[in-house]
Design a protein around this ligand. Structure first.
Ligand SMILES: [Zn+2]
Length: 462
């Protein structure tokens, strides 16, 4: 399967997703450098086989185009049970909704996300993939000032056309085409009244134009009356890029901001994509296992059963280099976002097996306690809490340091076990064990927590 990236009239052939993204990245950089034309945006459209022109679906249906789409749309709306279109704030949104249900429209879908276009270039409308056929991604470049919003007049006028009789539109177009381009340029800012008073034209012209303007104002439903016929004619002769408001969940979904299952993207979903070895061509076996042969409930294998890693199991869609760089970057950002402290991951509770976590109530009141009390409901662990300053003091005494040194501490101490009697056992990398016995706990600050508080609370709830 080959996919093509177009640039001007050139075709660039790409063979992999990594290659595709690389080309797009270069194109984006090139566009950013050309700032003499003002800020520009790139838009993408994917087609899964070759067509000479990018044609909106309505024009492909010649019959529909010739006889007009008014009846067609009104039928569709009644089929959908939508009688609210008269009140709809934006006709454009309504039509884009119809387009979503595969109705024929005068619109051509483009996306600001190249990966959506790539998907459209690979997967046909019926969901099948033809491996032998090439897909095409077309790239559009527009200046930001030429982009229109769906609440603007241009979008309203163009959408309104779908609900107007075709002969009225054709008469309007023909009437304006009879004017010379110079004339159209000169009188672009004339409204109908000014036109009628100052410009001598045949009555047929005015009849056609005013009929159209009347219908347009009925259908477009914008706040002010639309009054400039030549301006409207010029607009109709141009293609516009219209940005839909991301107001509805549906449009967000349409733009692909969901997982395969249609859920919201969150940290975990993104992490799963970044770390998924299947994209690079590997496979990890036994990620899940059946908990029970009768219930057949699939559960995540967290080390209960062995896992097998199969390298180059199938052909990957991203290169191994990109994958490895991603993992390195992931680890790097993970470290940056989750601040660690000298005791992080070293203190273990022997009552329940959990790790200790840090809890900073103020700059001076920082203590370390068992995580069970933080994360599990209705379960509590009675192990002792320790002030961070006390742990540092203990470490200094046991390791015979004058002042606490975080680097030296991490180099020497592998883990600290908090015994059931609250004594501390330091296990060093060199194999030695150092103990802070129970009798010495009187040298530490007294614990501030009221014991058993959580248990009492959970009993009351029951
Ligand atoms: Zn515990």
């Amino acid at each position: 399967m080959k996919n093509q990236v177009t640039e001007g009239n050139d075709y660039i052939t790409v063979e992999s997703v990594a290659d595709f993204l690389d080309k797009i990245q270069k194109l984006n950089e090139a566009v950013e450098k050309e700032d003499n034309k003002g800020k520009q945006n790139l838009y993408f459209r994917g087609e899964c086989s070759y067509y000479e022109n990018r044609i909106p679906s309505l024009y492909v249906k010649y019959e529909l185009f010739k006889s007009g789409s008014e009846y067609y749309y009104r039928t569709l709306l009644s089929e959908l049970g939508r009688d609210d279109y008269q009140e709809n704030a934006s006709l454009f949104r309504l039509i884009s909704e119809l387009q979503h249900y595969e109705a024929k429209t005068r619109m051509l879908d483009v996306s600001s996300n190249p990966l959506i276009a790539l998907y459209m270039a690979v997967v046909a409308f019926d969901g099948t993939v033809d491996e032998k056929e090439d897909g095409y991604v077309y790239i559009y470049r527009t200046s930001v000032k030429n982009e229109k919003f769906d609440t603007g007049h241009t979008a309203a006028i163009k959408s309104a056309l779908n609900f107007m009789p075709q002969d009225v539109i054709n008469d309007f177009l023909a009437a304006n085409e009879s004017l010379s381009p110079e004339f159209r340029e000169r009188y672009e800012k004339y409204d109908m009244d000014k036109f009628e008073k100052n410009v001598k034209k045949s009555t047929a012209y005015f009849e056609n134009v005013s009929e159209f303007m009347e219908r347009l104002n009925q259908c477009a439903r914008v706040r002010e009356r639309l009054i400039y016929p030549i301006k409207i004619y010029n607009d109709l002769n141009k293609a516009h890029l219209i940005i839909p408001a991301k107001a509805t969940e549906r449009i967000r979904r349409q733009q692909g901001f969901t997982t395969v299952a249609g859920c919201h993207f969150n940290y975990c979903n993104v992490k799963r994509i970044l770390k998924n070895e299947a994209y690079v061509g590997d496979r990890l076996f036994q990620k899940f296992y059946n908990e029970d042969p009768i219930t057949k409930r699939s559960v995540v294998n967290r080390g209960e059963l062995p896992q097998y890693y199969f390298k180059d199991h199938h052909k990957g869609i991203i290169s191994r280099d990109v994958y490895e760089q991603t993992l390195i970057e992931y680890e790097k950002r993970n470290r940056e976002n989750y601040k660690t402290y000298p005791f992080t991951g070293k203190l273990y509770c022997e009552c329940c097996g959990e790790k200790y976590h840090r809890c900073a109530r103020s700059a001076t009141n920082i203590n370390w306690g068992c995580r069970t009390n933080k994360y599990l409901r209705n379960v509590s662990c009675d192990s002792r809490k320790y002030q961070e300053s006390d742990l540092m003091m203990v470490a200094c005494k046991l390791l015979k340091l004058k002042a606490f040194d975080a680097d030296m501490f991490s180099d020497e101490v592998e883990r600290i076990n908090v015994k059931e009697d609250s004594s501390l056992e330091f296990i060093l990398y060199r194999g030695e064990k150092l103990i802070w016995p129970k009798e010495w706990l009187k040298y530490l600050q007294p614990e501030k927590r009221k014991r058993g508080f959580r248990q009492v609370k959970s009993k009351n709830v029951e």
